[in-house]
Design a protein around this ligand. Structure first.
Ligand code: ADP
Ligand code: ZN
Length: 432
């Protein structure tokens, strides 16, 4: 049992007063770092003390660039001898950033993780296989400590080696597994090649998927293939890693743990808060981190608050599925496009297989978007007429969604090269 009822169902007023207390101590801790002690607004507010959360809006943002410039120790707020672990981001968008933890930080992270898993219906009777890379990437140890705290039997299988994953699942009766969504299609193929069906031949009832953007359609496919419920897990190394926001059994948005973070959603251009329920960039401030508190960290992830209370009773607000990172967006023919918009269209179609990639090129002085789409085996026949019609159909559906008509190239299942780790969807080869 890992249900922090009082904290998870706390009323808004009490939550805000708790946040204010924690924010003040977080700021006092933050100014001990070389990076934050140089910022006059922060030193000033530390002297006077904050009297309302709204005052946070007067402080400057912290960006990934700031962290990179401060590399390696610039945002460390305590003596190195008290720090017990460091993690870094996966480096999807450039140089990785590094985050430090002391013992208490690791404890609170494990608590948040255990609470998150519990909210998705996972219990100490489950056998939990973590198919995430262990090491600097936070998906390994981050889940590990949470799963142990909750009391499941954990199988720290690590990433890759699908045959071994399947064997472990079957030998030990895995009931819950965690993986990045782009890996699960591949894992399913290996099940099939082995003459196995995960629905019949495993005891899986839950998958936890996260670490990379994925559409609702993608989730539904995973649920269908594996015969499970799949829950979305969101996190970023700068805010610990997994355990920042998690879907509860209602599967309608991710509760973001507001006793551990102050959450803002801003317009990335004006830097002002968006109107209630509007989509914008997620900005987060840590409330219970000692080794490296971060203030108003611009995550570059785009989402919105889902209005209204959740039926599960938890009062911490829900974030909508991440629409993408601001740096994933590409502009072509004057239209702003996110890969997830395209994924949403593709994965609704039963003929479409597991993978796709978007290639942007300059052809005869024009920017063109070429989308390679894997088609499922049974549809990838020699019937050229059928394939041409399908290409045309997909091109039209995508144009209706993003306002630019792409060139579609249907390809054999398994033919799109896989990236190591998180999926890379967009290849921009434009001459600039
Ligand atoms: P990197 O930024 O190098 O990928 P991290 O491993 O810290 O480093 O990854 C955090 C990022 O991964 C988030 O900022 C977000 O863009 C993405 N991410 C994590 N979980 C999810 C999720 N459930 N849905 C969409 N994107 C996610
Ligand atoms: Zn809920």
């Amino acid at each position: 049992m890992y249900w922090e009822k009082e904290l998870e169902t706390i009323d808004r007023r009490a939550l805000e007063s708790l946040q204010l207390d924690r924010l003040n101590s977080s700021l006092r801790q933050a100014v001990k770092s070389p990076g934050y002690c140089r910022i006059p607004e922060i030193s000033k507010i530390v002297k006077s003390g904050m009297t309302s959360i709204a005052q946070l809006g007067e402080l400057p943002f912290t960006t990934k660039e700031d962290l990179r410039q401060g590399f390696p120790w610039g945002f460390l707020s305590m003596d190195k001898k008290n720090v017990v672990r460091l993690h870094s981001s996966s480096g999807t968008t450039g140089n990785p950033t590094v985050v430090y933890h002391n013992r208490e930080d690791l404890q609170s992270w494990a608590n948040l993780m255990a609470r998150s898993l519990f909210s998705a219906g996972i219990r100490d009777t489950d056998v939990f296989q973590n198919m995430s890379g262990y090491g600097l990437f936070t998906g390994g140890l981050g889940f590990q400590y949470g799963v142990e705290k909750l009391g499941c039997l954990s199988i720290p299988s690590g990433a890759g080696n699908s045959l071994r994953q399947i064997k472990l699942m079957r030998d030990f009766g895995t009931t819950v597994a965690h993986a990045i969504p782009s890996y699960l299609g591949r894992l399913f193929e290996v099940f099939k090649d082995e003459g196995l069906d995960p629905r019949q031949d495993t005891q899986l009832h839950t998958l936890v998927i996260g670490a990379e953007p994925h559409s609702e359609e993608h989730r539904r496919r995973i649920e269908e293939l594996f015969g499970v419920k799949a829950y979305n897990s969101f996190g970023l190394s700068e805010m610990n890693g997994p355990g920042v926001a998690f879907e509860c059994t209602e599967q309608n948005g991710l509760h973001v743990w507001e006793d551990a973070y102050v959450v803002e959603i801003i317009d990335p251009l004006t830097l002002q808060p968006v109107a209630a329920g509007e989509i914008g960039e997620l900005v987060m401030t840590t409330l219970d981190r000692q080794a490296m508190p971060l203030i108003r960290y611009r995550t570059r992830d785009l989402t919105r608050f889902i209005p209204g209370p959740c039926r599960c009773g938890r009062t911490h607000r829900r974030l909508d599925r991440i629409a993408g990172r601001s740096d994933d967006m590409f502009i072509i023919k004057g239209c702003n496009i996110f890969p997830m918009q395209i994924e949403g269209v593709l994965l609704k179609l039963p003929e479409v297989g597991d993978d796709y990639r978007i290639i942007i090129e300059t052809i005869a002085d024009q920017d063109e978007m070429l989308i390679e789409v894997e088609v499922k085996k049974q549809w990838f026949t020699g019937d050229l007429d059928f394939l041409a019609k399908l290409e045309n159909h997909i091109a039209r559906l995508i144009r209706d969604e993003v306002l630019v008509r792409p060139l579609i190239k249907l390809v054999e299942p398994g033919s799109i090269p896989k990236s190591e780790g998180k999926a890379v969807r967009v290849f921009d080869h434009r001459q600039r």
